[in-house]
Design a protein around this ligand. Structure first.
Ligand code: PFF
Length: 480
């Protein structure tokens, strides 16, 4: 006699990756996103380049990689959504099911991130279409390798961003388009949707990334870019910068939102997870570095300010695409690249709550994906109105670290600085202290020494480092 729960479990057990390679592609696709191409270069630029990069790499190696393995392991053991998977690991470890709360925090964080991620991806969609128009115009002039924005002044080029931000309907249309594509793919399922998208989109992404970087190495100022990215000035390392580096490492690796627990739950085969986790962490970090080496040569060649911050990609780079040979084409491919990266990440963001709805609420995939995509779409509208109708609204303005931030930046800041570190802290305490060691070692497939090192990093280094950074990052006043 099969119990109702087991029968349900086996129904959902049909969903899974067709191979280890498919899982790695999907997980790398989740990790590589706006965080790598839009946020990392901008943050490194604002935070003094090399010193930030070094701290970032240290966080990835000492915290990121061990936690990637921790999340995937929970998913593979649990074989269901994040909350259910944590409960299963807790049960087998005779720990309290209450630990599943961090799966819930993760699913809420994924939902909140999706709401503004789709708005930013909407800007990318808009710029891709603008650059596509420029490319068509260049071809029309009989000069397909010409620059973009022929005859326009720098002000005219840059005013596009202001025009976009001042137009709620245009923002809304782009946001809707991007969320619609995300929803469509996720509602088709793990195999026919997520895996298929990753198998087409990730190779395209890597071809574009390498192509544009080679272009920048020839046409841009590569030496200034490498000096900027890799020369460390430690005087720039304030607690805020360290806090930002940790937040960025977690965000970039998709940690703390249970994304990798969810993707790990679709692994059907046995076999070690150490190499798989290392591949994901390494690929994500390499892409962030290469994205820096793609963007900064162009930035420096055009004499733009590397510390341009979040608008660097949208406002500064189009100016460069005017002057550079092949600018219209490269500009179009560049925004296409960011679009692809954003899409494979937003898919994983929607998959976390979707799996929760399926696993815990017993909704069908279609209903669950529709509810959360629609919800995130509606919440995203608040973010985009923050640039026009609700300009000046600062939802957490009473809290010093969020003072003056608009709606989008507030949700971004709150998830990145509060929710992700908190989720990761609970994850590391759970895996480092509560989960059964024998079960973990069997599932990770690590050798004795590596297992001990991994557990030490997860049990001690992660909670202490994340705790300190949380404390000083959230209460900067503590340092006087
Ligand atoms: N890692 C993605 C990026 O760097 O853009 C963002 C992200 C995707 C975070 C998926 C969390 C997640 F579950």
């Amino acid at each position: 006699m099969v119990s109702k729960g087991a029968a349900m479990g086996s129904a959902s057990a049909k969903e899974g990756w067709s191979s280890r390679g498919a899982f790695i592609l999907a997980a790398v696709g989740a990790a590589v996103g706006l965080g790598n191409i839009w946020r990392f270069p901008a943050l490194a630029g604002e935070s003094g380049g090399g010193a930030f990069v070094l701290v970032y790499i240290a966080f990835v190696a000492l915290l990121g990689l061990p936690l990637v393995l921790a999340e995937i392991t929970i998913g593979r053991i649990g074989q269901t959504d994040a909350v259910g998977s944590i409960k299963e690991v807790a049960k087998r470890s005779q720990a309290s099911g209450g630990w599943s709360a961090f799966g819930g925090i993760g699913a809420i964080a994924a939902f909140l991130i999706l709401s503004f991620y789709s708005v930013v991806a909407g800007w990318v969609l808009y710029y891709a279409s603008v650059m596509g128009g420029e490319l068509v115009a260049a071809i029309g002039r009989g000069d397909p390798l010409g620059g973009a924005f022929a005859g326009e002044s720098v002000d005219q080029i840059q005013s596009r961003m202001g025009d976009l931000f001042g137009n709620p309907w245009l923002l809304l249309g782009m946001h809707a388009g991007f969320m619609g594509v995300t929803w469509f793919i996720v509602s088709r399922g793990v195999h026919a949707g997520i895996e298929k998208a990753a198998t087409y989109l990730m190779p395209a992404f890597f071809v574009l990334l390498i192509g544009i970087t080679i272009y920048g190495a020839f046409e841009g100022n590569f030496s200034e870019a490498t000096a900027f990215l890799f020369t460390a000035d430690f005087s720039k390392l304030t607690p805020q910068v360290i806090n930002a580096a940790l937040g960025q490492a977690l965000f970039s690796l998709s940690l703390g939102v249970a994304g990798l627990i969810t993707y790990g739950s679709y692994i059907r085969r046995s076999g070690g997870l150490g190499g798989t986790s290392a591949t994901i962490a390494l690929a994500d970090t390499m892409v962030a570095m290469v994205a820096g080496l793609m963007i900064f040569p162009i930035v420096f060649a055009a004499g733009l300010d590397p510390a341009g911050g979040p608008t660097l990609v949208f406002q500064a780079l189009p100016v460069a695409f005017q002057a550079m040979p092949g600018g219209a084409l490269i500009g179009f491919l560049f925004f296409l690249l960011i679009f692809v990266a954003a899409l494979t990440s937003s898919i994983s963001l929607l998959e976390v709550p979707t799996a929760y709805g399926k696993g815990e609420m017993r909704w069908t995939r279609f209903v669950s994906a529709s509810i959360f995509a629609l919800g995130a779409f509606i919440l995203g509208i608040a973010s985009l109105l923050g640039y026009n109708v609700w300009a000046g609204v600062s939802p957490l303005g009473f809290w010093s670290i969020f003072e003056g931030l608009d709606i989008l930046d507030t949700i971004d800041g709150f998830t990145g600085r509060v929710m992700l570190p908190l989720g990761v802290m609970l994850l590391s305490i759970f895996i480092g202290w509560k989960a059964d060691a024998k079960m973990l070692q069997a599932s990770t497939g690590l050798s004795n020494t590596t297992f001990r090192l991994w557990r030490f990093l997860v049990a001690w280094v992660c909670p202490i480092a994340v705790g300190l950074v949380l404390l000083f990052g959230l209460f900067p006043g503590l340092l006087g």
